[in-house]
Write a protein that binds this ligand. Structure first.
Ligand code: PMP
Length: 427
């Protein structure tokens, strides 16, 4: 049945929708941290947490909120007063740490970043954007143009003039051998140099931990150092928190807080798991920036009553159960456990991460060369053992990405680590 569906998929959907696994998986249902396929096989889900399912699969509070709201009304998000949208916006504004914050809801991370670019370019009257090398920001025309990870950027055309900045990846590139302080200084010097040779850009956009790029983070404080340079010149800082928001990195509620010495970013974007599967993206910015647009701007589906109800129920669950604390504790144990395994597997170059955002980088033993076949082998073997993990890390996708729902238990972390250990040893 699944094979038949795959043939139909191939016949009608774009070739560039690349599916995981030689024999692609059809997921039919989920509960907690587990999902099942069409043949009834059960898998521990170490990847869905970053994609859609922030808290848990089929979280009863979210299912109930969605069903109740869908049974009551779904109408224009923005032409009539929308109580769930106002309520979620109040919560997000308060949690954002941005003073005098305004929130605009979209339906995806791409659209959230697109809106942030619209705001920044309109506010600053410049279409030049600073973006990080190896970054990923979405797949609309504008966000593809600022995506530094060229393997994920299907066109080199862009409505924006993009300047790429060093610093998002700590362990590779020209400054890999420097210690944290010198690394930051070198990146700041680069940034100043770049600014000396360009029109005043509107903003810098950056992921605090690069997601698609392979869960890499710069030393803490890099963006605070950048921010000083930017703000002297009136340039805005946009933090793309699509993967790092809502406590996933454990130590911090937002990824930017690892850099927070000089205060919050000017604009924050978010998406993915906040709706626990319902499409919610959004932008938070100071009122002065958010209100710089002259035209009436409506969104038909951004902030629908049903997605907002899901977001509220999900956010309440996250906060009431301290899932950020859980991500810190369980993620910490998982990183330790995987580092112990890694020490015995020559293909593992590094296990890195924060909270429940963990990357396992594979290279050909003893070299810096990516090992995408090894990553594919591990993905297949893990699946055979009953575990789903993701891939990332540039064009050659040589980093295993681990990002379970944030309610992962210690026993489940142990179970997943044991399966992953067997898969890694099979390379
Ligand atoms: N920003 C980041 C950091 C992302 O990881 C992604 C999705 N992988 C996006 C933006 C785009 O989000 P969406 O797929 O919801 O459009």
């Amino acid at each position: 049945m699944t094979r038949d569906l795959f043939a139909r998929h191939r016949a009608v959907l774009p070739d560039w929708l690349a599916l995981y696994y030689e024999d692609p998986l059809e997921i039919t249902h989920g509960e907690g941290r587990y999902v099942w396929d069409a043949a009834g096989n059960k898998y521990l889900d170490f990847f869905g947490g970053i994609l859609t399912t922030m808290t848990a699969h089929a979280l009863p509070e979210v299912t109930k909120a969605v069903a109740e709201q869908a049974g009551r009304i779904v109408h224009s998000s923005t032409l009539y007063l929308n109580r769930p949208m106002v309520e979620l916006a109040e919560r997000v504004a308060q949690l954002s740490g941005i003073p005098d914050a305004r929130v605009f809801f979209t339906t995806s991370g791409t659209e959230a970043n697109d809106t942030a670019l619209l705001l920044a370019t309109a506010y600053r009257r410049s279409n030049a954007i600073l973006a990080m090398r190896n970054s990923y920001h979405g797949r609309s025309f504008s966000t593809v143009g600022i995506t530094g990870n060229r393997g994920w950027s299907p066109t080199s055309l862009s409505p924006l003039q993009t300047l790429y900045v060093h610093g998002g990846v700590r362990t590779r590139g020209p400054y890999a051998d420097l210690d944290d302080r010198d690394f930051i200084d070198a990146c700041v010097t680069d940034l100043k140099d770049l600014l000396g040779h360009s029109r005043a850009p509107a903003a810098l956009i950056a992921e605090p931990v690069q997601g698609v790029g392979g869960f890499t983070s710069p030393p803490d404080g890099l963006y605070a150092a950048f921010r000083e340079v930017l703000h002297e010149r009136g340039i805005l800082w946009i933090s793309d928190e699509v993967q790092t928001g809502w406590g996933r990195t454990g130590e911090h509620f937002w990824g930017w807080q690892a850099h927070a010495r000089s205060g919050p970013p000017d604009i924050v974007t978010f998406a993915k798991g906040i709706g626990n599967g319902m499409s919610i993206g959004g932008v938070v910015a100071r009122a002065e920036i958010m209100n710089c647009l002259d035209a009436n701007s409506i969104s038909t589906f951004g902030g629908t009553q049903v997605t907002m109800a899901a977001g509220l129920a999900n956010l309440n669950h996250l906060l009431e159960h301290d899932l950020q604390g859980n991500a810190r504790r369980v993620g910490g144990l998982l990183i330790e456990r995987l580092r112990a395994v890694a020490a015995q597997v020559p293909h593992v170059r590094e296990v890195r991460g924060r909270g429940l955002m963990i990357g396992v980088e594979l290279t050909r033993p003893g070299t810096d060369e990516a090992a995408p076949e090894a990553a594919s082998t591990v993905l297949e073997e893990a699946r055979a053992g009953g575990l789903l993990v993701g891939k990332g890390g540039g064009h050659s996708t040589s980093v295993l990405r681990i990002a379970p729902p944030m309610s992962l238990t210690v026993a489940e972390a142990e179970e997943g680590a044991a399966i992953l250990e067997r898969a890694l040893r099979s390379i």
